[in-house]
Design a protein around this ligand. Structure first.
Ligand code: GLN
Length: 455
C-alpha cells in the first residue's frame, strides 16, 4: 500500500511506470496469509518489485516502450517473472524504457520520457530509466532491468542506485523481448548490493527454455554479499583500473569520486594496479554494428500479423503494404535507424567488412579481458562518463548518445558480469556518481562481496 501511495503521489512527475498492477494488494495479502499459516517463505516474499516493460508478464501489457506493442498482453511470463512469483514477490507494475531498449536516456520511449528523481530536468539513464527511477524515487524497493550495452548499470549510476548485469547465460532470457540476443542479460536494480544479490538468487540459474542458459550450480549471492559486509573483504584484492575507461571525456567530479573510491579500497588493504585493454577503444564501433545486426533480425517478427499493431493503408493493399504501413507507424526513429544500419551491415557483400570485422574486434576485447584478469581480481571504472545529462542534450546527435556507453559496453561484448554502485555526488552538480566493478565470467559472487565491502 505504501508503495502504491508513493506511486500515486510522485509518478505523474517521475513517469517511471507504464502500467500499475491491479493485483498487487491481493497478491501481498495472500503472501501475508501464507506467512500467518507458517509457510516457509523465501527472503523476498511479500516484497514489491517493479518490472521493466521488456519482460513478458501474462497479466500485464508488455510493450517494450514501443507503439507497435501498445496494449499487447503476452500469453506467458518471462522465466524471471515466473520465478519471482514463485518466490512470492509482488509485481507492482511495468516500467518505462527506451523503445526496444535502444537508448541511454528513456527519451526514445514511445510513451514519453521518465524523469530523474534527483532533478526532473534530467534523464534517468536508459534504456531502463523507469526501473532505476522507480527505485530511486522510493516507488519500488527493488526492480528488474535488462542490460545489452549498459541499460541496468548506467541508469543505476545516474540515479544513485545499484545495478547488476550478470554473466551472460547466468539469468534466463526466456520471455525477455530480444534486442541483441548475444548481448542481452536480465538483472536487478536496487538500493543496496545485498538487495541485488537476494533478487539475483531468485531469478538466476539454469533454464532449459533459453538455449544460451548456463548449466552451472551458482553459489548464494546473498551469502557472498554478506561476506563482503564484514569489511575484511578488500584485503589483498587486486583491483585493476582500466586505463582506457577514464580520462578524456569523463566529467571532473566523476573522476574525483572514482579516485577517492580507489583510495578507500587501498586504505582497506586492496592492491590498486593499472591495466590496459587497448581494444576497448573499438568497443562502441563493434557494438553498434553487432547490436543493430541482431536487432534488425529480432525485430523482423513485428510484422503486423503475429503481434500487436496492424495498420491497413487507405484502400487496402497487399500483405507487404500492411507490414510496411504498420512498421512505419509502429516503430520510432531510433528503432528504424538501427534496423536500417543492421540490415545494411548484414547484407551480402558487406557482411565480412562490417559484421565479420566487428565479431573479430569482439574476440580481441575478450582477450583484453583475459589479459587484464591475469593481473587483477576485479576491474574498475566509473560506471558512466558523466552524471545525468539534461533532456534534449544528446537527442539530435545519435553518436553523442552512443558514446555515453563507453564504460558499460565492453562487459556485454565479453559476457562478463558488471555491477554499478553509488560512490557519492559530483561536487559540481550534486548528482550521483557510480563506480563499476567487473569480474571474470561466472564470478558474479565476487562482485557482490567486493561491492558490499565498498558500499
Ligand atoms: N545505450 C545502449 C544502447 O542504446 C544500451 C542498450 C541496452 O543495454 N539495452 O544500445
Amino acid at each position: 500500500r505504501a508503495h502504491l501511495d508513493r506511486i500515486a503521489a510522485v509518478d505523474q512527475d517521475v513517469h517511471a511506470f507504464l502500467h500499475i498492477s491491479d493485483a498487487a494488494l491481493a497478491t501481498a495479502a495472500s503472501v501475508d496469509a501464507a506467512r500467518l499459516d507458517g509457510a516457509d517463505l523465501s527472503p523476498l516474499a511479500g516484497v514489491p518489485v517493479a518490472i521493466k516493460d521488456v519482460l513478458c508478464t501474462f497479466d500485464m501489457p508488455s510493450t517494450a516502450g514501443s507503439r507497435i506493442l501498445e496494449g499487447w498482453v503476452p500469453p506467458y511470463d518471462a522465466t524471471v517473472v515466473a520465478r519471482m512469483r514463485h518466490a512470492h514477490l509482488v509485481p507492482l507494475g511495468k516500467t518505462n524504457m527506451d523503445e526496444f531498449a535502444m537508448g541511454s536516456s528513456t527519451e526514445h520511449s514511445a510513451y514519453g520520457p521518465t524523469r530523474n528523481p534527483w532533478d526532473l530536468d534530467r534523464i534517468p539513464g536508459g534504456s531502463g530509466g523507469g526501473s532505476a527511477a522507480a527505485v530511486a524515487a522510493f516507488e519500488a524497493p527493488i526492480a528488474l532491468g535488462s542490460d545489452t550495452g549498459g541499460s541496468i548499470r548506467q541508469p543505476a549510476a545516474v540515479t544513485g542506485s545499484v545495478g547488476m548485469k550478470p554473466t551472460y547465460g547466468g539469468v534466463s532470457r526466456y520471455g525477455a523481448i530480444a534486442l541483441a540476443s548475444s548481448l542481452d542479460q536480465v538483472g536487478p536494480v536496487t538500493r543496496t548490493v545485498l538487495d541485488a544479490a537476494l533478487l539475483h538468487d531468485v531469478i538466476g540459474g539454469h533454464d532449459p527454455r533459453d538455449s544460451t542458459s548456463l548449466t552451472d550450480a551458482w553459489p548464494s549471492f546473498a551469502a557472498a554479499a554478506r561476506a563482503g559486509q564484514t569489511g575484511e573483504a578488500l584485503k589483498g584484492v587486486r583491483v585493476g583500473v582500466v586505463k582506457e575507461l577514464d580520462g578524456e571525456g569523463f566529467q571532473q567530479g566523476v573522476r574525483q569520486r572514482f579516485q577517492e573510491s580507489l583510495e578507500l579500497m587501498a586504505g582497506a588493504g586492496a592492491e590498486i594496479v593499472e591495466v590496459s585493454a587497448p581494444h576497448f577503444d573499438y568497443s562502441i564501433a563493434a557494438y553498434y554494428l553487432i547490436l543493430p545486426a541482431e536487432a534488425s533480425s529480432n525485430l523482423a517478427k513485428f510484422d503486423s500479423v503475429r503481434y500487436g499493431m496492424r495498420v491497413v493503408p487507405d484502400g487496402g493493399g497487399t500483405v507487404e503494404d500492411v507490414m510496411a504501413a504498420t512498421r512505419d507507424a509502429g516503430f520510432g526513429d531510433e528503432v528504424k535507424r538501427r534496423i536500417i544500419l543492421g540490415t545494411y551491415a548484414l547484407s551480402a557483400g558487406y557482411y565480412d567488412a562490417y559484421y565479420g570485422s566487428a565479431q573479430k574486434v569482439r574476440t580481441l576485447i575478450q582477450r583484453d579481458f583475459d589479459a587484464a584478469f591475469a593481473q587483477a581480481d576485479v576491474l574498475v571504472s566509473p560506471a558512466a562518463p558523466t552524471t545525468a545529462f539534461k533532456f534534449g542534450e544528446k537527442l539530435d546527435d545519435p553518436l553523442a548518445m552512443y558514446l555515453n556507453d563507453i564504460t558499460t559496453i565492453p562487459a556485454n561484448l565479453a559476457g562478463v558480469p558488471g555491477i554499478a554502485l553509488p560512490i557519492g555526488l559530483a561536487p559540481e552538480d550534486g548528482l550521483p556518481v557510480g563506480i563499476q566493478l567487473m569480474a571474470p565470467v561466472r564470478e558474479d559472487a565476487r562482485l557482490y562481496t567486493i561491492g558490499a565491502a565498498l558500499e
